[in-house]
Design a protein around this ligand. Sequence first.
Ligand SMILES: C[S@@+](CC[C@H](N)C(=O)[O-])C[C@H]1O[C@@H](n2cnc3c(N)ncnc32)[C@H](O)[C@@H]1O
Length: 208
Amino acid sequence: MTTNRSLIAQPVDVDTDTLRKAIQDEYKKVAEEPGKGFHFHTGRHLTKIVGYKDEWLKGVSESSIESFAGTGNPFAMGTLTHGEKVVDVGSGGGIDSFVAARMVGADGKVIGIDMTPAMLEKARVAAVKSNIHNVEFIEAYMEEIPVPDSWADVVISNGVLNLTPDKQKVFGEMFRLLRPGGRLQIADIMVSRGVPEGAKRKIDLWTG
Ligand SMILES: C[S@@+](CC[C@H](N)C(=O)[O-])C[C@H]1O[C@@H](n2cnc3c(N)ncnc32)[C@H](O)[C@@H]1O
């Protein structure tokens, strides 16, 4: 089989620490000042745009919903099954982790990972407010996910892969922690034309 290398995202030559700091600064604002207004849609208004059903959000704390900043709907590909184990990569304020936790029920489990402390704090408080106990939020980078090999039945992610300069590495992590036959349900941004190298190195284009 031949591989078309132009279709495989190569790592971008950008300073990772600077990029992560800029992303954390942006998403700290989404966590702490959700009504501020951003260049992207957020909150309950966004849940309606991307087709979240009201029944999925019933009982989920408004404090989580207000910081929703996804780019789509990972559950549009299918709902989850009772008892499944789920990893939410870039869990933000926790909304998708909570929807997943409800779908998989008490016999299932959800691990949300995120690198922004303000988002993790928001998600942990919202879990208590929402009375959801089968979810855990862990501080981690999506490039190094602290979940054992083959642990998950499903990996979900919403609006996060576009924020890593090394997409192959993150897909590698997702495949590592999925069990054989497991599945990915990812909502993200795709471009149909190449992004110029100079633009890829501009940190403010990643966050804004
Ligand atoms: C657009 S928000 C989406 C959050 C959530 N999935 C949602 O739909 O509301 C992106 C999230 O990804 C997290 N993030 C960005 N880069 C990350 C990285 N390298 N590792 C872990 N989390 C990251 C940010 O902290 C932020 O919470």
